[in-house]
Design a protein around this ligand. Structure first.
Ligand code: 13P
Ligand code: SF4
Length: 317
């Protein structure tokens, strides 16, 4: 604890001196979640990035998140402590692939998950996150075709809850969430039959969990599909003894610190994102000491991408 306190004091002091706000995603390591000025899900962090008065944003998350902050606050410096912190989902579609897909469906509205590069956002009509994807799709007139990318599991979930039939879904996935499988769900439910269940819609098990609810094998009032921010809210509110959590395991730190009376159990304990964990306490400190690691987005790409992100923020969650 002494070592942590000294590091945290130094991080906060350097951030103050630089006029920097430190943002952390819910999958960051515990020390970073605790030291950040704001910790949350992708939508919340992009709102903070758009509204902050700070001169500089230090983004503890992955590259597309820092790019989104830069797109929304182009006059600010956005620092990312390790530029190798990528995302397998963002890598699953390129701007060229999206242009080709659009050419096959003229007139379609493109909805891209925020887990995409700035170049893909620039080819997009409206972005979405896991907390607002269904609302974004509902906001599109029913007679317009929708191209939804890149996550196939989130896409399937949105199709299910909106009932949209004229929606095409790209076959991308996040390697971490795709790995949380129907088999994990079966064995964890058998081991913890009374647990509440929280599922992130990027998971490979989302459809099978909802099928279990439709068949009456899982109680609907104990099973929810939520963004990481929605899981944090649910963790504060729950009175359950056990909650099974299907998402990246970094979220467990927040859930457990917010509610010590509930046992939060990972649906798959191996679901760790190596990219999120590239942002270490030592790298965060070095970034604040040196000011290195600025993320830049070409102004023309940023301006086109900004329209899509702002269209999403206007829709809300
Ligand atoms: P949310 O925090 O928006 O739920 O996103 C999850 C994710 O995979 C980010 O990488
Ligand atoms: Fe990307 Fe998956 Fe890691 Fe999120 S958990 S940053 S979607 S690779």
């Amino acid at each position: 604890p002494g070592e942590y306190d000294a590091w945290a004091v130094q991080v906060r002091r350097l951030a103050d001196e630089r006029g920097a706000v430190v943002l952390a995603h819910n999958y960051q390591v515990p020390e970073i979640q605790d030291v950040a000025h704001h910790t949350g899900d992708s939508l919340y962090l992009s709102r903070v990035a758009a509204e902050t008065d700070a001169r500089e944003i230090v983004f503890c998350g992955v590259h597309f998140m820092a790019e989104t902050a830069k797109i929304l606050s182009p006059d600010k410096t956005v620092l990312l402590p390790d530029h190798a912190a990528g995302c397998s989902l963002a890598d699953s579609i390129t701007a060229q692939q999206l242009r080709e897909w659009k050419a096959e469906h003229p007139g379609a509205v493109v909805v891209s998950y925020v887990n995409t590069t700035a170049a893909v956002k620039a080819e997009t009509d409206v972005c979405c996150t896991s907390s607002n994807a269904a609302d974004v799709v509902r906001s599109i007139p029913a007679d317009r075709e929708v191209l939804f990318c890149p996550d196939q599991f989130l896409g399937a979930h949105v199709r299910r809850v909106t009932g949209r039939t004229n929606m095409h879904i790209w076959a991308g996935e996040c390697h971490v969430h795709a790995g949380i499988s129907p088999a994990d769900v079966r064995s964890q439910i058998a081991a913890h039959p009374d647990a509440e269940i929280l599922v992130h819609p990027e998971c490979g098990c989302t459809t099978s969990v909802l099928d279990l609810v439709s068949n009456g094998d899982l109680p609907a009032d104990r099973t929810r599909v939520l963004s990481t921010g929605g899981m944090v809210d649910a963790a504060v509110a729950t009175r359950a003894g056990q909650v099974l959590v299907a998402t990246e395991v970094g979220i467990l730190h927040q859930l457990r610190s917010l509610n010590t009376g509930t046992d939060f159990i990972p649906m798959n304990a191996r679901a760790a994102c190596r990219y999120m964990k590239m942002i270490t306490p030592a790298k965060l400190l070095r970034t604040l000491q040196t000011g290195e690691g600025a993320v830049d987005v070409d102004p023309d790409t940023a301006a086109r991408a900004r329209r899509a992100v702002e269209a999403m923020i206007a829709i809300g969650d």
